[in-house]
Design a protein around this ligand. Structure first.
Ligand code: SAH
Length: 347
């Protein structure tokens, strides 16, 4: 028999689930019931829906699955304030997520793709290229599984793991709606951050969705020349185009934009770079997050010296730019996106 791909129930919204139930001769409430099992009670299998008729479940199981992820490995940081999970998907592919404990609550950083095709030269996720997009349900399942395993509620989600979320736009959008759904895990959109290497058209599409999510841009350079050295996507979009889209995003949504800036020794960390960046960001409602580079063994890029990071921060601050240096939690847990997976697939 021909192997056909089953559709993922965890990626469907409530209306689609109602339509599915009706299509199979069930009442509309059956769809709502299933939605609740999947997103409120977070079942892993169809068979766990104990008040849904077995015959109906059997019929839909021919065409549908409930996507999920299973823990392959968990690394906990020495201070126990962060953990990295390696998850396997139904088809055997691997993705990573990070759990972080903060004073204000727990954050999870999720992956949006298996691999990535953006090709940033310092990043471990792109070493194998893009394998495939994750479904909305597979992105969600990373959070559900971590909540189950830690027994603690997650209050913040950042889409900053493996993959380029805006390169998986439709699934990302469904994911955001399911994550903030009143009948699901109910994470406020204001507590969701989407990180992108700067796909301008998709930033504008996201803006038009009128969401309340925070946009984070991976900038990593003060100008296009330097940006093109490490980020192939910079050949397609200029920083000016990205800034224009960001200014529109801010005006449209009222949300402050975050710029991520990974500090790479001798590449983007000079005082003059900080001054140039400050000049270009002046007047924008933004926040700069300096990230000491996580060194990836397959890559030649090295982390900036502490002194260079402090000086960079000082220059930005003196120009009135909001800036923080990312607190390092995962130094001892293969923290750079894609590192843990690479160690596994290269075994
Ligand atoms: N594709 C998205 C999100 C995934 S990467 C993006 O580009 O934003 C999450 C962040 O970590 C990005 O800012 C990325 O550039 C950065 N990053 C990737 N590898 C890194 C490394 N080795 N050290 C520090 N930051 C890294």
């Amino acid at each position: 028999m021909e192997e056909r791909e089953k559709a993922d129930l965890r990626s469907m919204d409530e209306q689609q689930m109602i339509e599915l139930a009706v299509e199979y001769g069930e009442k509309t409430f059956r769809g709502r019931q299933m939605f609740e099992w999947i997103h409120k009670k977070q079942v892993r299998e169809l068979g766990e829906m104990s008040n849904v008729p077995k015959a109906f479940l059997e019929k839909i199981s021919e065409w549908y699955i409930v996507s999920g992820v299973r823990i392959v490995e968990k690394q906990v940081s020495a201070r126990k304030d962060a953990a990295k999970y390696l998850f396997s998907l139904a088809d055997g592919n691997l993705v990573e997520s990070v759990w972080m404990k903060y004073r204000h609550g727990n954050s999870v950083c999720v992956s949006s793709q298996v691999g990535c095709r953006m090709g940033c030269t310092f990043c471990a996720s792109t070493l194998t290229g893009l394998v495939r997009n994750l479904t909305a349900g597979e992105i969600l399942s990373q959070i559900y599984e971590i909540q189950r395993e830690t027994g603690q509620r997650v209050s913040n989600v950042i889409v900053m793991g493996m993959g380029e979320p805006l390169d998986n736009f439709d699934h990302l959008l469904s994911f955001i709606h399911l994550l903030s759904h009143e009948k699901g895990i109910r994470i406020s959109q204001r507590n969701i951050t989407i990180s992108t290497c700067g796909l301008v058209e998709q930033i504008r599409r996201l803006m038009e969705e009128k969401l309340q999510v925070t946009l984070a841009i991976s900038l990593h350079a003060p100008n296009d020349e330097i940006r093109r050295e490490t980020m192939p996507v910079a050949k397609k979009y200029s920083m000016e185009e990205i800034f224009l889209a960001c200014r529109d995003y801010i005006a449209y949504t009222g949300r402050r934009v975050t710029f991520e800036y990974s500090m790479i020794d001798g590449v983007n960390d000079k005082t003059a770079h900080a001054a140039e960046l400050a000049r270009r960001l002046k007047g924008m409602n933004c926040h700069v997050n300096l990230i000491p580079l996580n060194e990836v063994k397959e890559r030649r890029t090295r982390r900036s010296k502490e002194e260079a990071i402090r000086e960079f921060q000082r220059v930005l601050e003196n120009s009135g730019i909001n800036v923080t240096v990312r607190r390092e939690m995962g130094g001892d847990i293969d923290a750079a996106c894609g590192q843990l997976r690479n160690r596994f697939i290269n075994k």
